[in-house]
Ligand binder design. Sequence first.
Ligand code: ZN
Length: 244
Amino acid sequence: MNAAADKIREILGQSENVVVIGGLNVMRESGLNGVRAEHIAYDIEQEYGYSNDEIVSSMFFSRRVDTFYDYYKKIILNKELEITPVHEAMYKLQQDGKLDAIITRTVYSLYRKAGCEDVIEMHGSVEENRCPVCGKEFDSEYIRQAKGIPVCDVCQIPLRPGFTLLGEMVDNGKMTMSSNAVAEADVLLIVGASLTAPVCQHLIKYYTGEYMIVINTEEKTGDEKADYRVYGNLSQIMTYVTDY
Ligand SMILES: [Zn+2]
């Protein structure tokens, strides 16, 4: 591949304490839009008459739950939730006893679907929609299949989405777990995000380990802080660097 990829492969081969921050580009590679769907913001405004950020706000959810769920089904759940070789590579790292935690703000639980444990989903998950009355949980398939607004099958009350809405606080416990994991890591592997992405910017302040690695689709400003960087197809790169 290239010299940096070879060095990363060597580092991963020798490490036992890697923490991964998984960014939005991992999800994009599987064709999913994400909650905010920034890349199709214009189309969303044309179709809905509201901006993407308005629709996924807590204010909008309480006022226009029907439009919110239309967006949830069509835009957020725009296709089948399928894992990619990136998620498989993370599973391999973990099986080999190298990976301590995966931190992500993506909401599709694809790392968990690949079999990974210790996944910290900072912004929650589409698999954990909840009844605000009885607390029963409903997965993404239940949302997809619902006619109109998905309601609790016991209480008949509209469900709360399983992910954080704009204007809501990120779970403090998850924030602490993430910063602790980063603080204890020897290798910080950032995949599909730039160092200036909000979650990264916050978390790398806690990092005191040996190597910081960035693997992303393209170079971003600020990446030069990393010790090693590789750009290109994430699935190809991750498969290569975990073949130590
Ligand atoms: Zn209920």
